[in-house]
Ligand binder design. Structure first.
Ligand SMILES: Cc1cc2nc3c(=O)[nH]c(=O)nc-3n(C[C@H](O)[C@H](O)[C@H](O)COP(=O)(O)OP(=O)(O)OC[C@H]3O[C@@H](n4cnc5c(N)ncnc54)[C@H](O)[C@@H]3O)c2cc1C
Length: 532
């Protein structure tokens, strides 16, 4: 297949970009690919909302910029922060025009929520299922756009570069170019090549690298791993945000249910095993301190009291108001026997968001020519060492727009690359034992959770690296000798992502934002991004 515009990922980043490009070029085909169903994305699970300056009487761009910079702990790119905050309102108005609905007060003004690290009420939301509503609106708009071809259940394996034409490519090769991608069609089990003038990676996060995560199973860091293999630049991978309050369900495997920060914004109180409200010991902003501080405080209380969770107390809420704002959370808790008006909710931190990723400039261009990245898989400079709550949906929309602006002219000067070879699957056989993959995945998740979690130190990082080396070697052998499957490709990608997280963490000889190393509790004077 050949196309001018190829989009990998059907979350907020990929779909926003696809819509814009398709509307601008009605005569050209835009191909959107996803490895799962259309809406199985991190986007669908976003609860709290989208941070945007809306009420200019009480709020201002300057305040939102300041809050983002404080959370980012010295590593944000100030220009990018200003771009995202100031361009945010226009992008939000666009998605409203495409049909997304946000909650309103009786007088017609938008209801604004507040979350940790925000100095003002500025979070637009749709009850506690904001992402689901935004994804719905985008999918409806895409369905109405005739020149978008939406291909589901296609797993992108690798981006095609000069490497596939037989050239030797290293990190220092200038002008590495992207010509499209190889994909495994999961319905036919065939490997196909899609040749494109411009490719956008919008492949989302990597929470599945950890044992407990709020991310769905698709979040395996594929885009980051692909770009790393193609010798592109990856940045700040050590900054993994752990959400402080995922619902603790003993024995749960897979995605943990999130209790949005907005619950604490509305007055929810964290209590330890003994019922003490502990956050004031850690930060004057108490339960609304930024996420890294709250997650570390919970981690410390759990370790002190030897428990697997703490409590979130909402018993003082009016039941009616809680149900109105958080119907999904209310129902979920009730389904496991917790009536939040009578009982506290057990919560524990879970891997939630990757602040680093594919390094881009302010137009979403990666270091590989004709390859763009936006959304959670990218590192634009907005989040620095820690993402401010509800800034990611905003970033995805602002950068989707910027990528679109940049490709509008550029596409005219890019030629489709001819003579791309087919994928070579010679010498591979059907996998004999699935256990080789599933066990390695468990090991990876344990290593990452136990040694590269909320609190790190040098010994743990060295151990993690040694174990990852072994997992890498074994998985590479498997990859070279067996035919490809989703599980094997995801495992391979997650090991690469784990390696990048550990490597970034080992390079950073300080504690900053989400990276806390007990061997270096202070901050280095050299403020730097770590690019791998
Ligand atoms: C539980 C939860 C709550 C959140 N709450 C908020 C919030 O309130 N506010 C906020 O701003 N942010 C929130 N976030 C973060 C936010 O939802 C994500 O950062 C954002 O939605 C990411 O969008 P995206 O388009 O980059 O990626 P995603 O929405 O994750 O989409 C990724 C897409 O890439 C596809 N893909 C991946 N790899 C491949 C491959 N190899 N081949 C083909 N397709 C592939 C996937 O199938 C999917 O379609 C939350 C996240 C979670 C998990």
């Amino acid at each position: 297949m050949q196309t001018d515009f190829l989009v990998i990922g059907s979350g907020i980043a990929g779909l926003t970009y696809a819509l814009k490009v398709a509307q601008e070029f009605p005569d050209k085909k835009v191909v959107v690919m996803t490895k799962a169903t259309a809406d199985e994305t991190n986007t669908k699970y976003a609860q709290g909302g989208i941070a945007v300056v809306n009420d200019l009487e009480n709020d201002s761009f300057e305040k939102h910029i300041e809050d983002t910079l404080i959370a980012g702990d010295g590593l944000c790119n100030e220009k990018v922060v200003e771009i995202v905050v100031k361009e945010g309102p226009d992008r939000v108005n666009e998605i409203i025009e495409w049909g997304a609905r946000f909650d309103k007060e009786k007088d017609g003004d938008y209801k604004l929520g507040k979350e940790g690290g925000h100095s003002e009420y500025r979070i637009l939301h749709h009850k506690d299922v904001t992402g689901k509503e935004m994804e719905r609106a985008l999918i409806d708009a895409v369905a109405a756009q005739k020149n978008i071809e939406f291909i589901k259940h296609c797993f992108v394996i690798d981006i095609i570069t000069q490497h596939h034409l037989g050239y030797l490519i290293t990190k220092s090769t200038p002008d590495i170019e992207c010509y499209g991608v190889y994909v495994l069609n999961l319905e036919t089990n065939r490997i196909e090549k899609i040749v494109a003038k411009i490719t956008l990676l919008a492949t989302g996060g990597n929470g599945q690298v950890y044992r407990t995560t709020t991310n769905p199973s698709i979040a395996t860091g594929d885009g980051v791993a692909m770009v790393y293999r193609a010798k592109g630049r990856i940045e700040n991978m050590e900054f993994i945000q752990f959400h402080p309050t995922a619902l603790f369900e003993p024995g749960l495997k897979g995605q943990a249910f999130l209790i949005t920060e907005a619950v604490r914004g509305d007055g929810g109180i964290l209590r330890n095993k003994n019922g003490e409200a502990f956050m004031e010991k850690y930060d004057p902003r108490k339960d609304l301190a930024p996420r890294d501080i709250v997650a570390r405080a919970i981690d410390s209380e759990m370790k002190k009291t030897g428990t697997e969770h703490v409590w979130l107390d909402c018993r003082h809420f009016s039941k009616e108001k809680f149900i109105e704002h958080f119907p999904n959370i209310y129902e979920k808790c009730l389904s496991i026997g917790i009536d939040i008006t009578k009982y506290m909710i057990p919560v524990a931190p879970a891997a939630h968001y990757s602040c680093g990723g594919i390094k881009t400039d302010e137009w979403g261009r990666s270091s590989v020519k004709n390859l763009y990245a936006c959304g959670e898989c990218s590192s634009t400079g907005l989040h620095g060492a820690n993402r401010l709550a509800s800034n990611s949906l905003l970033e995805a929309m602002v950068f989707a727009h910027r990528c679109f602006i940049d490709v509008k002219e550029k596409v005219r000067s890019v030629e489709i690359k001819e003579n791309i070879p087919d994928w070579n699957a010679r010498g591979t056989a059907e996998p004999k034992e699935m256990i080789l993959i599933t066990q390695s995945l468990k090991e990876l998740q344990l290593v990452m959770s136990d040694y590269v979690g909320i609190v790190r130190n040098d010994v743990r990082l060295q151990r993690a690296m040694r174990r990852l080396d072994l997992l890498w070697e074994e998985t590479e052998q498997l990859y070279q000798s067996t035919s490809l499957s989703t599980q094997l490709m995801e495992l391979r990608n997650m090991i690469t992502v784990g390696y990048l997280i550990v490597k970034g963490a080992a390079f950073r000889k300080e504690s900053r934002g989400l990276h806390f190393n007990t061997d270096y509790p202070g901050q280095s004077e050299l403020v730097q991004n770590i690019v791998l």
